[in-house]
Design a protein around this ligand. Sequence first.
Ligand code: SF4
Length: 349
Amino acid sequence: MDVPALRRRLLAWYGRHRRALPWRDTRDPYRIWVSEVMLQQTQVVTVTPYYRAFVARFPTLAALARAPRADVLAAWAGLGYYRRARHLHAAARLVVREHGGRVPDRPGTFGRLPGVGRYTAGAVLSIAFDHPLPALDGNVARVLARLHALPLSLRDPRGARALRALAQALVPARRPGDWNQTLMELGATVCVPRAPRCPECPVRRWCRASALGRPEAFPPAVAHRAPVRVRRAVALIERRGRLLVVKRQGPLLAGLWEPPGVELEGGAPAGPALHGALAALGVRATLAPTGESVRHAITHRRIEVEVWRAAAAAVPRSARLRWVDPAKPAFALTALAKKVARPGVTVRR
Ligand code: SF4
C-alpha cells in the first residue's frame, strides 16, 4: 500500500467533503474534549444541539469546574451514559486544581484524567495539540479492517491491539488531528457498517475488502449481548401539581432523579416491594396500581415498569427526596422519569 498517496488522497477528500460541525471550528482543547466525550456511543445529529447548549452554558473549563454537579447533569440530561458527564466534570475540577486550569497536553498526564481513555486522549491531543496519536473508534476500526481485509474487531483484545498498531502506523506527523477526523468521517459517511458506498470511496483502489467483493464481511460480526428483562414498579406521589422524586444511587444513572421505585425479583408482587422501598426512604403511602405500565430500555436492560399511584402520603424532609414540577424540572431527571412524570400523567402501554 502506498501510504503517502493514500494519506494525500484521503486528506484532500476530507477537505472537500467534511461536514461543518460546531466543534470543528475550534482548536480549544476544552471544547474538543467536550465534543469527543459526547460523541462516544452517540451520533453526531444527537450530539450537536447538546454540544452547543453545553458550551454556551459552560464556555470554559473553569466554568465547568465551578458548576455544581446537578447543573452539569441537567445539561447532559437526555444524552445518556451519564458517567461521561460525571467524569468530565471531575476531570475539569482536577485540571483546575492541579494544572492551573490548562488542559494538559502531555499524553501521560491527560490520559490519567477521569474518563479519558486511549480514544479520547488520541482524539483530543491530536486535534488540539498536533500529537501524532491515533484515535481508534468503531468507525476508524471498520475502515482499517476493510482496507486490509483483516478479520479484526475492536471488541476482541487481540484484534484491538492489531488495529491500534495499524492505526498508529498510518498517523502522519503533520496534521494528525485532521488525519484522525478524516478516517472518522470516512467511516461515518462512506464506509458505513451496512452497504458501504465503495464506488464513491476515495481509497477504493487500495481497499482489499472491496476488491474481494465483500466489504461488509469486515470487521467480523460479534454476538450481541442478549437483553436482560427486568420488572420494576414506580410510585407516583403528587402534591400540589408536583411529583416526588428520589436521587438515584449505584452504578447506573447515579445522581439523576426519578419517582421512587423498586426492581421486582422474579414474579414478586409489586405492592409489598414498593411499600418496602418507600418505607426505606421514610415515606408512608397508600398506594394503588394504575393498571398501566411503560416499557423502557437502558443499555441491554429491557425494563417493564408497573405504575402505581398514591392516594395519600406522608413524606419526610430528606436530601434524597424532592418535589418536582415535571414540566419544568430544576434538576436532571432520568429518561424513565420523563416518561412517567408528566403533569396529569397518562401512562400508555
Ligand atoms: S472501498 Fe468500500 S470497504 Fe473499502 S474503505 Fe472504501 S467504502 Fe470502505
